[in-house]
Design a protein around this ligand. Structure first.
Ligand code: 5GP
Ligand code: SF4
Ligand code: MG
Length: 489
């Protein structure tokens, strides 16, 4: 868990929250690893640090993993080594543990029952406690990642079948997890009882596929069947799909930030199409924070759907494209010796002067984390000749870190945690700044649906943590088990 509060070192220019990871699993397809590769390619937005695939050919397991983007990690020759009709894969954005190669997933081990591979999306909240306990009994950890704890617990279990060992292990674990396992028998997928991260089931040419987001199914022409339910475990073998619900039922805590930012708009998450929710976030934002202006523009790409919703709900505003994004920006840039002001954001975004000149501009983005991007964008819009710049954010202020799989900066670095609204406005140099309310966000998430019992986690906006926090750092922060606090939706 060492890196949980560390700054992302690999990318000094875009110093942001780190995304949650992406996982895939394929069973019963002659080109399993190719499908896993394409699935990971569609899930690249969930993690860009490292990628890996494990396949099984009926006799042997094959593992390929490395630091880098999916398309860089998997060459043709590397993919051809991943033989077999089942595979699991992982995109990593280090949320716990460092960015070293030993932390790259899937994790692959040999233990009493044979070989086992595992990929994890999420973050455990009692991993340090469990790790200390396991180490006291002689366990030797190979990585600093919280996920390895699960593997050790499985190895220590006395149950005769893998499926029961996984249950044994997960009954000891607290936190957020979507897990895919690959063994000699088949594929297993599990979602924690709170349902924090998404995981969906699809069918492809007689085989099965599991993926963090449904956008992965579209590329490989898989048919979306349903989500793995919170607390559900699915086992996929030659006999088909079997479902188990081995865990005690609990209130749900699905991550609302998946709708705000993480998931791709072409995915359906927690039974809701992300694009529609995002547009509704924009509509609610317009209702709550209307301002006299001429045009509304998004910060691409994350603000596009919300800005469209904002424009739809604001008849007097014209929707325009005022910022253009360069989609081909790699991870490292060579800067000229004589430094260019705001190079980091300029290399990614540029203003369209003829759209902005002389205009009163509403600019919509999905979130403010540290505030540094917002500040640069406002300056860029003004430099292009805008008369007024009104920043509108389609989520509430982020005031607390996430401990469930998204590596938010620590509290001190979250601008809304340490500054008032007016101070933040001054910092980003906007004429006005307004966020969506928590109530408005949930109106957008629920839409017209009446399933108000489907609860979400909104801890980064509310500071109320729905899953107990057990690790020492949580105790030090005074956040130990807040589950007695009422949830806000
Ligand atoms: P800030 O400069 O305030 O830290 O960054 C705000 C911007 O970061 C917003 O445009 C938002 O889309 C983006 N953002 C929010 N969460 C994440 C994240 O987890 N990862 C990345 N790369 N960007 C994020
Ligand atoms: Fe999602 Fe925020 Fe909860 Fe983390 S704290 S799981 S980002 S809603
Ligand atoms: Mg953005």
């Amino acid at each position: 868990m060492a890196g949980a509060f560390g700054r992302y070192k690999g990318d000094a220019v875009f110093d942001k929250m780190r995304e949650s990871c992406g996982v895939v699993g394929v069973f019963g397809h002659p080109e399993a690893s190719k499908l896993a590769y394409l699935g990971l390619y569609s899930l690249q937005h969930r993690g860009q640090e490292a990628s890996g695939i494990v396949s099984f050919d009926g006799t042997a397991f094959h593992l390929e993993k490395a630091i880098g983007l999916v398309s860089d990690v998997f060459s043709k020759s590397r993919l051809s080594r991943l033989r077999g009709s089942s595979a699991i894969g992982h995109n990593r954005y280090s949320t716990a543990g460092g960015s070293a190669l030993e932390n790259v997933q899937p994790i692959m081990v040999n233990y009493a029952l044979g070989s086992l591979a595992m990929a994890h999306n999420g973050n455990l909240t009692n991993a340090t406690v469990l790790r200390a306990e396991l180490e006291a009994y002689g366990a030797i950890f190979q990585s600093t990642s919280d996920s390895e704890t699960v593997i050790h617990l499985i190895a220590h279990s006395r149950q005769p079948y893998l499926i029961d060992r996984i249950v044994d292990a997960l009954k000891r674990v607290q936190g957020a997890y979507c897990l895919v396992f690959l063994s000699n028998d088949g594929l297993v997928g599990v979602r924690d009882p709170y349902g924090v991260r998404p995981l969906s089931i699809g069918k492809v040419q007689g085989g099965y596929v599991l993926a963090s987001e449904t956008c992965a199914f579209d590329l490989i022409e898989a048919e979306y069947i349903r989500d793995v339910e919170p607390g559900e475990m699915v086992q996929i073998t030659n006999k088909g799909l079997a479902s188990f619900k081995p865990f005690a039922k609990t209130a749900l805590a699905q991550c609302v930030f998946e709708f705000v930012y993480f998931s791709r708009p072409d995915s359906t998450i927690f039974s809701r199409p992300v694009y529609s929710v995002r547009k509704r976030l924009g509509r609610e934002l317009a209702r709550e924070t209307a301002v006299e202006a001429d045009i509304v523009i998004p910060v691409p790409d994350s603000g596009v759907a919300a800005a469209l919703g904002y424009a739809e709900a604001s008849p007097s505003l014209r929707y325009e494209t005022g910022l253009i994004r360069n989609h081909y920006v790699g991870r490292t840039f060579i800067e000229p010796e004589q430094s260019i002001r705001h190079f980091g954001v300029k290399v990614k975004l540029n203003a369209v002067k003829e759209v902005l000149r002389g205009k009163r501009v509403v600019v919509v983005d999905d979130s403010i984390v540290r505030g540094t991007t917002g500040r640069k964008i406002v300056k860029m819009i003004r430099a292009a000749g805008a008369k007024e710049v009104h920043m509108r954010i389609s989520s509430p202020p982020i005031i607390s870190p996430c401990f469930y799989g998204i590596d938010t900066p620590n509290r001190q670095e979250l601008v809304a945690a340490t500054h008032s609204l007016e101070e933040t406005r001054k910092y980003i140099t906007a004429d006005s700044l307004a966020y969506l309310s928590i109530e408005g966000m949930f109106r957008a998430v629920y839409g017209t649906a009446s399933d108000k019992g489907t609860h979400f986690c909104s801890a980064c906006f509310s500071g109320r943590y729905p899953i107990p926090l057990h690790d020492e750092k949580h105790v030090q922060m005074g956040l130990f088990d807040q589950t007695h606090l009422p949830v806000l939706n």
